[in-house]
Design a protein around this ligand. Sequence first.
Ligand code: HEM
Length: 409
Amino acid sequence: MAAGRTLSRYWMLTNDFAQNPYPVLEYVRREKPVCEVGMPNGGRAWVITRYEDAKAAFNDPRMSRDINVHYELMSRQLGRKITPPPEQANHLANLEPPRHTPLRRAISFAFTPRRAEAMRPRIAELADELLDRIDGRGRADLMAGFAVPLPVMAIAELMGAPASRWPDFIRWSNAQRDFSPLDAADGELERNVHELSEFMTDLIAEKTRTPGDDLMSALIHADPERRLTHTEILSTGFALMSGGNDTTASMLGGALFTLLTHPRERERITGEPDGWTKAMDELIRFTTPTHNALHRVTTEPVEIGGVVIPAGEVVIISFLSANRDERQFPRCPEKFDIDREKPAHLSFGFGIHYCSGAHLAKVITEVGVQRLFERFPDIRLAVDPAKVRYQMNILVRTIVDLPVEWGKD
Ligand code: HEM
């Protein structure tokens, strides 16, 4: 991109950007670190690309995640009133204090790092089940056969859903991921949301009657002083599903690709007793599964990075860019460097909306890569790394297929 050219069209969802976003982001970060882009719906947004500006934006209460603020803006843009569906309107990622606070307290109580750790042996069993299915074939697509199903199975199990419903979970989670208020009239989307609500309603009734050792039971019984309402529990269930599946699939796929293309680093990691745990944050920084934060809307004019963003504007924080900001990571940010000290990435966000599932995502990724490389030590990419393609939606960037082979020369 030529220096000085105004960035006006929505470059963030183009295919070229999905394949290699780094040169464009490096240019924007240097030349216009807080810049305007045109949005696909004809509106505009502001993109924040530097690490320190990103952190300041996450901490600024004038950058709102309140879904009603977002729907008011969209209603104005569309010229007609639209309102959020209840399972989105009461979802903790879509609320600000004071409504965010009790939901966050309940989820922090119920979904502890200890609960995520306790799932480690079960996640290893689930990983082995998936690897058994591809063992003996000598060739597989690790996205479809491993990285996509493992998080869905782990999260369904965490929530106390029976294995027979896991295929439905994949469908429902995809529908949630693709949710956009502008296609709220889409019949298939509505059907999926309706089915998921019915399933969750039955699950909540069952776990209210007979609590188990699962996350839904813990959420229902989290805080005796302030019991969550049915709608709040339902929405939190939606948040866990939509927040956890494709993000972790992208993370696991990206980690596998990185380790397949960096054999020397992989050898060092496997040779150290807690090598995987130590390498995890650099893997998460380097792959950055969620390329953007959830959109914010300014409730007042906000000055950030020397630019005043007016009130009522959409703000996009680029994790991909912040995680490669040379001001924060002076030692070759474009390199996967397992000796990097404190790779304090922003991949799980920052501030009050910091990812509730961060610990579980790390456990799934760590156990997934560990099981795979233990079972197939000679596994290798079956295509030229330059041929591995990425796709991206507004939030997540994911490898499409990851063809690998093993066992034959
Ligand atoms: C590698 C995988 C994951 C990544 C990269 C990721 C990333 C994020 C990010 C960036 C946020 C903050 C969004 C913002 O402020 O704009 C977030 C929030 C959230 N994530 Fe994750 N996530 C992952 C896995 C999970 C998992 C496994 C779960 C649960 C099963 C989960 C549940 C949530 C929830 C509930 C929130 C909303 C928290 C709040 O608003 O208070 N995430 N995640």
